[in-house]
Design a protein around this ligand. Sequence first.
Ligand SMILES: Nc1nc2c(c(=O)[nH]1)N[C@H]1C(S)=C(S)[C@@H](COP(=O)(O)OP(=O)(O)OC[C@H]3O[C@@H](n4cnc5c(=O)[nH]c(N)nc54)[C@H](O)[C@@H]3O)O[C@H]1N2
Ligand SMILES: Nc1nc2c(c(=O)[nH]1)N[C@H]1C(S)=C(S)[C@@H](COP(=O)(O)OP(=O)(O)OC[C@H]3O[C@@H](n4cnc5c(=O)[nH]c(N)nc54)[C@H](O)[C@@H]3O)O[C@H]1N2
Ligand SMILES: [Mo]
Length: 822
Amino acid sequence: MSWTNETSGLTRRSFLKSTAVVAGGVWAGTALGCAPSTSGSDDGAAETQQVNEEHFNVCCRPNCFNTCMMTATVRDGKLVKTAPADFPSPEFNRICLRGLVSNENIYHPDRVLYPMKQTGARGSDQWERVSWDEAIDDIAAKIKGYREEFGDSSIFKTSGSSVYHATSGTPGKLFGTINASTMSGPLDAGNMYGIMRVFGYGGSPWPGNDQRDYVNAKNLFLWCNNLTDAQIHDWHFVADAIEAGANVICIDPIYTQMAAKSHKWVPIRPGADLQLIMSMMYVMLEEDLVDWDFIKQHTVAPFLVKDADGLFLRMSDLGVEPTKGDIDPTTGEPAIIDPYAVWDEDAGAAAELSTVANAAIEGAFDVEGIAVHTAFTLLRAEIEKFAPAQASTMCDVPEETIVELARLACDGPVTHRVGWGTQAYDNGLAPHVAGATMAALAGQLGKPGANYSSAVWMSWAGGNKAATSPATPATSPTIAYMNMPEVFASGQYLGAPITPKALWVYSGNPLCTWCDTNALRDDIFANFELVVTVDYMMTDTARYSDYVLPCAHWFEYEDAITSGNTYHLIHSEKAIEPLGEALCDLDIMRKLGMALGLDDNLFPDSNEAFLREYFDSELAAKQGITYDALCEKNAIHAYGDYFMQWQDLVFATPSGRAEFYVEKPTPYGVTGKTPDLSREHLPTWFEPREAWPTNPLAEQYPFVLMSERPRFRVHGQWSYNRILRELDPEPTVKINPADAAEAGLADGVLVECYNDHGHAVAKLVYNEAIRPGTLVYPKSWQSDQHVAGGWSEPLSRETDAVLVNQSFMDCLVGIRAWEGAE
Ligand SMILES: Nc1nc2c(c(=O)[nH]1)N[C@H]1C(S)=C(S)[C@@H](COP(=O)(O)OP(=O)(O)OC[C@H]3O[C@@H](n4cnc5c(=O)[nH]c(N)nc54)[C@H](O)[C@@H]3O)O[C@H]1N2
Ligand SMILES: Nc1nc2c(c(=O)[nH]1)N[C@H]1C(S)=C(S)[C@@H](COP(=O)(O)OP(=O)(O)OC[C@H]3O[C@@H](n4cnc5c(=O)[nH]c(N)nc54)[C@H](O)[C@@H]3O)O[C@H]1N2
Ligand SMILES: [Mo]
């Protein structure tokens, strides 16, 4: 498929233009408060003024996945306007209301412009301005002291999600060099892990077809994905599909704008998608809708699973010596070749997979004394637990709808686009294992209009030579933050002594965005002796730090950005000088490295040199990416022009097939709890930890608390933007009017949503779109914007021992009128 490859000349390279303008008149209203001065005269005369206007290619890059390439207009050194820039394919040209008001963030009166030291207790918000030297010298002295006294592992770094730029790797490199520990905040990985379980890694963590392929779908399922707000720039791909005749089905507990745009809305019970998907597969089996040929050729359906240990039967089990293959580049050792064995229907015996024309898909066999079942037989047994009559009561979707959805999911081409809603519950891994399995059973993979993915490409196209340099040997641990209170209490992690002392926070705002704020602040942050946050606004986390170091805004330095949903790598030029004394992370790391006495050459001495080194890699060369090419083109597609996943139907799994039966399930992090891996071979039901009607806690806290991604913010970013605050002035919580009437709460009153962990106070908004029994809040206001509390307070930091992900919506609360002060 070919697409136009034209790039408009405007944004190719910054150019300098001298413009004569009439002072006072022309700019008003366009420059968002940044009109050039009228140089003295205020008599309104038509005085002309020379204005230097320049245009730069920049990239907006919060973690909304949309990473808009934009043209920044700079007049007399001031950024006055942002507009969409031209991608090689115009379908990707984009900007949103946040991108349009970027300069309000840059010139915000409360922006942190200088290194600040907290003079009162942490959180007291008493600050003094200090010089970079003073701040860095003090921080470095403390880090050195802690390392000497308590070891390398006493130093911690942690980051949030604003990390899709090349230089964001520099703190990782510096802290890796000193063998520091990492406090991780696993946020949104459940859907990715679930899909990867079945399809493998594929060099791209979130495999997905080019969104331009949606027009080829006959049925387009949107699972837990609110594109119209959370991937606002991608919604037009769905609109194109609708115009092309696709039938769009939205599965969401809430009647979102995306649901309103869809042909069918399926209001599912929160946390119950696995029930629906398994039951759809039940119908597929019952109505013989399965693509038998596909699953025989391209999935592990015919593989034989040994009853004794759950592993696949291999030829070595039948006495055939494994052979050695090519050197495996990851291990440096020859690969061991031990072919899979399947049951040959014609011969009535097990034999090597590649030699068998007619492998059994179903059955239990005795292979030379070894009891086995086919993987498909085991899957069928699991699916049979989900008859629609029973699943319907669990997921609250009518039986006839389950049947209808199963038929639609087999009426190809079928694309499933998966969002992040379901992975916000403790049971959030299995739905996507089941979903990927369902797409395989229906044979809806590897052809135009067919896929199961979240349509986001996030891996780096370039190398990361410049950004990584882990200590050798790296001995300090990565600890999921939920385990940190126990680490502080015991002075141990997994049996090894550890004394956390210093924490460096960058590109994230944990005290606003991670669960259980009160515990995070009092049992984790408070226990560090030194907390440093690098940000450009006084966020919740910045306010609870000893030092806040001012990072430069994205448009104030040169970088390269992975553009999630467009599959491009983008060049972001330096459009303006950093305000105040702000510095980018690379410059800050260079300063800290020097103060710590690390190698002078740890970081190249300019952003350009950094990027040249960054793209000096084999992978980048393969993708045609060099620094010079990036500067010339501004945006380079990572896969030529168009990406289709699994076209050759060779999956990135050990067998090369879609592995709905997982041979060796592993947890995705360490919790200290013993994970129950027996439930992980196949998609299996277990209830959400908290948000489930049979949970006794529901008597006390009857509402499931769900969050929504507001179009006015990306997490906490833009939350102080004064233009967007006019549109969205205060924290709100939406309730179904019937629930509100029962609770005796009037529209517009201040309410408190609360449980044992904490509370948040917000304005109540009646909304028929909200599922009864749930409350929905637009997320990530900073705590000083709430009347009291904050939305992350009531969320539990408990996590599933296999998924090890935060469960943002697996939460029950009560609601009552706010009695406190406004
Ligand atoms: N404007 C804006 N855009 C953003 C962000 C932002 O903060 N603001 N954040 C970005 C980030 S980091 C992420 S991870 C993405 C997330 O992008 P999305 O996944 O699209 O967003 P969510 O709001 O997490 O969830 C999507 C939908 O899942 C529904 N849902 C909740 N529970 C369930 C359930 O059990 N089953 C089903 N089927 N649906 C359920 C919710 O009602 C919601 O409408 O958005 C990104 N985009
Ligand atoms: N209730 C609830 N909470 C959630 C979720 C939910 O669904 N519900 N979703 C979760 C998800 S999926 C995610 S991804 C997280 C996101 O959580 P975070 O990543 O913590 O959220 P942000 O507010 O985007 O924080 C990024 C911060 O980095 C700063 N920053 C931006 N660029 C740079 C840079 O180049 N250098 C430095 N040093 N700083 C920079 C920004 O100003 C901002 O303050 O939120 C999670 N929290
Ligand atoms: Mo996320």
